[in-house]
Design a protein around this ligand. Structure first.
Ligand code: G6P
Length: 477
């Protein structure tokens, strides 16, 4: 296959820009919010980088274009492929399977076939873009077959893969009818990165259990054939982070500080403001959080209007059935709590089903006394890190589920098992009544971690390890 011209190619389901088709058919785009683009943009601008991804629209065909120093290469998905590959196999099979089967994963052969076809398309686009001996970094569970397909097309390139979500224990992973194909897909990479050491060891156990390959420590040996020597695949944890300095700076701006004060006022100046910020996803434990808060009101440990909960739930995967069911449940529960405990003009729960720009999020974080992160399972949870980065005033308390990747790093958060409603209630009360000095000490320690380990460091670490790997074709030269 002829080589392309880009030294560094990122492959992700989503593009780094949001594209809009205007009324006259022309296209406009703006940079999407999010840490991944922020971390990778400088590397791409410096080395000549391309980004292969899907625009989020059905059937949109568009030639590659340059945006902010990135060569944007849109991959087209038909409406049927969105249903089968994105909503189906990625978010109806893999997402629940990889998140502790919180809802039952569905296994459908037509979904799998679409997943294979779309992964091949992404791999072909990457193979076309990458320069001889270049580097390709593939992201997340939607694209686990890309590494092996790409290796066949372009054995000269270095291939990294990073899984942003958990990797399940083999006992659960083994349910997947196509488990072997997924493992083989990932083993096409030179370096497979995970959020937590536990995810990397789950993957290595799956390799041991499902293949005959030799696994030693973090390395899997892929036997060579003919003149091609053996190849090593390394699996390791690289916990992702946020652009901590940018978030810290944003939260210190006078506008954001003023907005935080205004938010509290608009909410009726409660004494205790609790906050939840999530994609509306069943992995986030929003129902458990509402149950705990509702019971605290029922017990009389908290009262409206002194205490109020703001829950931002950004719309997500709205055509997938389990997300529709969750939305109904959350909205009924919010309605019930407000009906039981709200007073005229003062809601118990302020529920918002939209997403907000970063400035408003920073103001909400600054305004909140207690941040509630109650995920039942979460690869990392960047909301927890954003909250910490926003609190240079050392105020606020973080209640954090032990089932998040972030819990590994934020030992000074008040950790909970969200399934334990009594324990969660007690921890919320502890956060509310915590001595200010203890709160500051905990926040200072968490800030040290988040400020030092930012998304740039994450990308540099991963790419540093990837640079040390030697692609098989070059070894034989
Ligand atoms: C998680 C996944 C990402 C995904 C994001 C938003 O963070 O790890 O791969 O892009 O959710 O979900 P969406 O389905 O809208 O891309």
């Amino acid at each position: 296959m002829p080589a392309g011209e880009y030294e560094f190619v990122v492959v992700a389901n989503r593009l780094p820009v949001d594209m809009t088709v205007e009324d006259d058919g022309s296209l406009s785009w703006e940079r999407s919010p999010g840490g991944l683009v922020t971390a990778l943009a400088p590397i791409m601008q410096k080395n000549g980088g391309a980004w292969v991804g899907w625009s989020g629209k059905a059937g949109l065909e568009h030639d590659p274009f340059d945006a902010e120093g990135i060569h944007v290469t849109p991959v087209t998905l038909s409406a049927q492929e969105i249903a089968d590959y994105y909503e189906g196999f990625s978010n109806g099979t893999l997402w629940p399977l990889y998140h502790d089967v919180i809802v039952p994963p569905e296994f459908h052969r037509n979904w799998w076939n679409a997943y294979v076809a779309v992964n091949r398309r992404f791999a072909a686009a990457a193979a076309e873009a990458v320069a001889p001996g270049g580097t390709v970094w593939v992201h997340d569970y939607q694209l686990q077959l890309v590494p092996s397909v790409l290796r066949l097309l372009r054995p000269d390139v270095k291939i990294g893969f990073f899984n942003h979500i958990p990797f399940p224990p083999v006992e659960i992973f083994a349910q997947l009818p196509w488990r072997r194909q997924v493992v083989d897909g990932l083993l096409g990479a030179d370096l497979v990165g995970f959020q937590r050491p536990g995810d990397a060891s789950n993957f290595l156990r799956a390799v041991r259990r499902l293949t005959d390959l030799q696994v030693r420590g973090p390395q899997v040996t892929m036997p060579g054939h003919w003149s091609r020597p053996d190849r090593q695949v390394r699996a390791q944890a690289f916990p992702i982070s946020i652009d901590s300095a940018a978030f810290d700076e944003l939260a210190r701006t006078p506008d954001v500080i003023a907005r935080a004060k205004q938010i509290r006022k608009e909410l009726g100046s409660p004494e205790i403001l609790l906050l939840g910020v999530d994609r509306l996803d069943y992995t986030k434990g929003i129902r458990h959080r509402l149950k705990a808060f509702g019971e605290l009101l029922e017990d009389g440990q908290l009262r409206v209007p002194e205490a109020t909960l703001v829950q931002v739930a950004s719309p997500s995967r709205e055509r997938v059935e389990q997300y529709q069911l969750l939305r109904d449940e959350v909205e009924v529960t919010v309605g019930r709590i407000n009906g039981d405990f709200g007073t005229l003009g003062r809601a118990a729960v302020h529920y918002m089903h939209h997403s907000y720009p970063a400035t408003e999020m920073a103001a909400l974080y600054l305004a909140a006394d207690v941040m509630l992160v109650t995920s039942l399972r979460d690869g990392m949870n960047l909301v927890a890190k954003e909250y910490v980065a926003a609190r240079s005033d050392l105020g606020g308390a973080l209640v954090l589920s032990e089932f998040t990747g972030a819990a590994d790093e934020l030992g000074q958060a008040l950790q909970i098992n969200p399934h334990d409603i009594a324990g969660t209630k007690a921890t919320i009360m502890r956060a509310i009544t915590m001595d200010a000095r203890e709160g500051r000490r905990r926040m200072r320690s968490m800030r040290r971690r988040v400020m030092q380990h930012d998304v740039q460091r994450w990308a540099d670490d991963f790419l540093g390890y990837l640079a040390m790997s030697v692609p098989s074709e070059r070894e034989s030269v």
